[in-house]
Design a protein around this ligand. Structure first.
Ligand code: C5P
Length: 335
């Protein structure tokens, strides 16, 4: 008896974490218009959830579908999940002996603020690549280099999320070196003002004003990568918060595009008595704590400061305030 289409296909569930750039040095501009980076990325406890369910193949081209619950993530056509599933299908290919790739019904529970510098869309894409291949029982069929290349096409941050765990990210984002990470679970407070800050615009302003970092962020980044390569305690990481909060070459460009980040950053420093960093191209601001409990306490302080006006509301309403923690990787130095 011949097996039906997608006979081995099965539903899968993936957790897609947010990321934070503890450092972000822009090393130079590339011929393809992208930038070479040197950046220490860490995954966070804050995460989206993605489920993929095979729907059985009809005739003709497979049609995947996507339903998004939770935060508004914009039109489905722009969602990287569907692009990643299509990319995974192309990797598996068709032909005798190849696994079947029936259409997938994707359901995304969106918890990571969108277009915030937290990598949510890229993380969803990595979860979709990996999840689709597992749903089709095709993980072993696909060459891991080919998978990484396909992932990088979908977005610069996708290879980091495919690898999982804290990492040094270089090149456009395709060179991912796993780091041992942090002992314990340092807390992170995220404050995401509701302003639109597009990544290409931030890089464009960076180019028009400087073209390359001055080297100091690159040095901080190299130093942190080395320390996290050996494993660093949460306390020691928090002790470096001052250096890390200014170790982002994109900060001046983000501020030029959105000057209201200055008063909100200053107000957060005043309310919390701690240095405040910017993740990626923003607009998310962050601060480090030795534990998630302390980050939760800080979230309550900021919430109250927003209500009484000490932290200004900019853009379309009050900021998203989220307490979470750094996840140590699969090979993390501690659990
Ligand atoms: O790859 P991704 O779609 O995430 O990149 C968004 C934009 O960010 C790119 O269009 C590019 O302007 C900029 N970028 C860059 N160099 C990188 C990553 C992103 O210039 N390494």
């Amino acid at each position: 008896m011949t097996e039906g289409p997608g006979a081995h296909a099965r539903p899968v569930l993936r957790v897609a974490p947010a990321k934070l750039n503890l450092t972000l040095a822009v090393v130079g501009r590339r011929a393809d218009g992208f930038h070479d980076l040197h950046s220490v990325f860490v995954p966070l406890g804050l995460a989206d959830r993605l489920s993929l369910a095979p729907t059985g193949a009809g005739g003709g081209e497979p049609v995947d579908s996507l339903h998004v619950a939770g935060l508004d993530s914009g039109p489905n056509d722009d969602n990287l999940v569907l692009r990643a599933i299509a990319g995974a299908r192309a990797l598996v290919g068709v032909g005798p002996g190849r696994p079947l790739t029936p259409p997938l019904a994707a359901r995304l529970e969106k918890r990571i603020p969108v277009a915030a510098g937290l990598g949510g869309g890229s993380s969803d894409a990595a979860a979709a690549f990996d999840g689709a291949l597992e749903a089709w029982d095709a993980l072993s069929e696909v060459d891991s280099d080919a998978l990484r290349r396909a992932a990088a096409q979908v977005g610069s941050d996708v290879p980091f999320f495919l690898a999982g765990g804290p990492a040094l990210v270089e090149g456009r984002g395709e060179r991912v070196t796993p780091l041992r990470g942090v002992h314990g679970h340092p807390g992170i407070l995220l404050v995401t003002p509701r302003v639109a800050l597009r990544t290409p615009d931030v890089f464009a302003v960076f180019d028009s004003t400087r073209g390359a970092g001055d080297g100091s962020v690159r040095m901080s980044s190299a130093h942190l990568a080395q320390e996290l390569g050996n494993g660093l305690s949460a306390t020691d990481l928090v002790a470096r918060a001052g250096v890390l909060a200014s170790a982002n070459d994109l900060l001046p460009a983000a501020i030029m595009l959105e000057p209201r980040l200055v008063p909100i950053r200053r107000a957060l420093t005043r309310a919390l008595g701690r240095p405040i960093g910017l993740s990626g191209s923003g607009p998310t601001l962050w601060t480090l704590y030795p534990s998630a409990t302390e980050a939760e306490h800080a979230a309550a302080v900021v919430q109250a400061a927003v209500v009484d006006g000490a932290v200004p509301t900019i853009g379309e309403g009050p900021p998203a305030i989220i307490a979470t923690s750094i996840r140590t990787g699969p090979e993390g130095a501690a659990t």
